[in-house]
Ligand binder design. Structure first.
Ligand code: G16
Length: 544
């Protein structure tokens, strides 16, 4: 076995963000850039020698090359076995599933999620721990600390591995096992949902659906599960072959970037159900005929109806949502008599709650929903959950949503993104807001009076760790909220996210367009934070 120790120089910018290290492809292609980060991961871990690592990615540009490098580094660093997805493909939820099922010590996911791919697009590396979830902050901080002082890495001098043929081979002393990308994941889904009932719905001739995989990783999973196993008509899955540049698109399942699907669902004779997923398969968007379900509402509906689904028939231990996510789920939790947890943005914050059995369902406004079945959000799981509920209740998407609002009231909700903002200006905006916090309580803006304002801080109820400065909140006496924070997933400049929420109990007022319902709050946000002036933009780049 020929292990090389290569001298290297540390890079100062390898700090993982909301979800791993994300940079433009040319940055990852710099000599030693990927290698330094991977070695920093191994150097920060203990006691992994001889054990199993799971490896895969969303198929984006540089996926295959990165996998070959990581395999050789894993072999040189003493990993016992790597389970790698065929062709280098493993969705983020499937990676989490495989880590848990085979008791791996961890996994490496190669993805920049919903960010565009291709030679000039983005690439990313995320490390997941043994529970199958994203590494918590104490682990990512250790990796970052190591990356700042690293001076060498280890790599095996050997030929590339065949990633396309299933089965085992040896790389030095390490076993490389190329696994089917879909099987383990599909088996887990079959254990949670009533596949026969969903199949009846999909083959009834009365229900049409359209699933947009956006040329990203969920294609093979969606083909196998919806078309092959559940009998949905051929062609139900669109854009179902993963492409290195996602067909030039932006694999983010929202009303702006999933426009092909939106046109179908809001066009002539629309299908009954539409769904899209993102680059690595952890996000989802749910649509009905001429109807959009906000991710916050989706979490609330799944929670309210969970008992109808076999995997959740015994009820929920609790619900967790990220702080900027609407409070619709809190109302369901209150009715169910279970706790609702409010965490900072980032799926990693749900891990402890799920491990401790405090929460069963989790969700985020950023098109993420999931449960304790794995430790990542899970796009196709959410689609199956919706289909299972619709099959039991024999309702339309809109019918189910309206019934929900009738019971719980409607939380009008929207997120406004200002992308590509100059970083200094974005930081000034947030600093100004932080400085204004002590002056806001009791202040009146039109019909609204400020009840509280703070910079969200979270104390993990399981390990007591504290995460500060997670977003500036302004709450009003009627329960409405405005939240400001900077994205931790972008790779160019800064992205300002403005989250807006109001509550309407009166069913007669549930038909407004969200932007209309939130108009006054949008104006207040601009007045308080000078969004237009400081970003230099007169409107958001993306509204969801
Ligand atoms: C990641 C995180 C999510 C987060 C989202 C947006 O998702 O896992 O928890 O909500 O980024 O984060 P930000 O607002 O900081 O950009 P993904 O799908 O990109 O891995």
């Amino acid at each position: 076995m020929n292990i090389k120790t290569v001298a290297t120089t540390a890079f100062p910018d390898q700090k993982p963000g909301t979800s791993g290290l994300r940079k433009q492809v040319p940055v990852f292609q710099k000599p030693n850039y990927l290698e330094n980060f991977i070695q920093s991961i191994f150097d920060s871990l203990e006691d992994y020698q001889g054990k199993t690592l799971v490896l895969g990615g969303d198929g984006r540009y540089y996926n295959r090359q990165a996998i070959q490098i990581i395999l050789k580094m894993a072999a040189a660093n003493g990993v016992g076995r790597v389970k790698v997805g065929q062709g280098g493909i493993l969705s983020t939820p499937a990676t989490s599933c495989v880590i848990r099922k085979y008791n791996a010590f961890g996994g490496i996911v190669l993805s920049a999620s919903h960010n565009p791919g291709g030679p000039e697009g983005d690439f990313g590396v995320k490390y997941n721990i043994g529970n199958g979830g994203p590494a918590p902050e104490k682990v990512t901080e250790a990796i970052f600390a190591r990356s700042k002082v690293i001076d060498s890495y280890k790599i095996l001098d050997s030929l590339d591995v065949d990633l396309d043929s299933l089965g085992e081979s040896k790389l030095g002393d390490m076993v490389v096992e190329v696994i089917d990308s879909v099987n383990d994941y599909q088996e887990l889904m079959e254990s949670l949902f009533d596949f026969e009932l969903i199949k009846q719905l999909l083959t009834s001739g009365k229900f049409r659906m359209c699933v947009d995989s956006m040329h990203a990783v969920t294609g093979p999973y969606a083909h196998a599960i919806f078309e092959k196993r559940l009998g949905a008509a051929a062609g139900t899955v669109k854009n179902g072959t993963p492409l290195a540049d996602f067909g030039g698109g932006h694999p983010d399942p929202n009303l702006v970037y999933a426009h092909d699907l939106v046109e179908v669902m809001f066009g002539d004779n629309p299908p009954d159900f539409g769904a899209a997923s993102d680059g690595d398969g952890d996000r989802n968007m749910i649509l009905g005929s001429n109807f959009f379900v906000t991710p916050s509402d989706s979490l609330a509906v799944l929670a309210a109806n969970a008992k109808l689904v076999p995997g959740y028939k015994d009820g929920l231990a609790g619900i967790a949502r990220s702080m900027p996510t609407s409070q619709a789920a809190d109302r369901v939790a209150a009715k169910l008599g279970v706790d609702c947890y409010e965490t900072p943005t980032g799926w990693k914050f749900f891990g402890n709650l799920l491990d401790a059995g405090k929460a069963t369902l989790c969700g985020e406004e950023s098109f993420g929903t999931g449960s304790n079945h794995i430790r990542e959000k899970d796009g196709l799981w959410a689609v199956l959950f919706w289909l299972n509920i619709l099959a039991v209740k024999q309702q339309t998407v809109e019918g189910l949503m309206r019934e929900h609002w009738q019971t719980y009231g409607r939380n009008y909700y929207s997120r406004h993104d200002y992308e590509g903002v100059d970083s200094d200006r974005a930081n000034t905006l947030i600093t100004n807001l932080r400085n204004a916090i002590p002056t806001l309580k009791g202040k009146k803006f039109g019909n609204y009076e400020v009840e509280y304002s703070d910079d969200f801080s979270y104390t993990d109820p399981v390990d007591g760790s504290v995460s500060k400065q997670q977003g500036v909140r302004i709450g009003f006496t009627d329960g409405s909220r405005i939240v400001f924070r900077l994205s931790g997933t972008g790779t160019q400049g800064a992205t300002l996210r403005l989250y807006l929420e109001s509550y309407e109990a009166d069913t007669a007022k549930h038909n407004l367009d969200a932007q209309e319902a939130l108009e006054e709050l949008i104006a207040i946000a601009d007045e308080v934070a000078k969004v237009k002036e400081l970003t230099g933009m007169d409107k958001p780049t993306v509204i969801t």
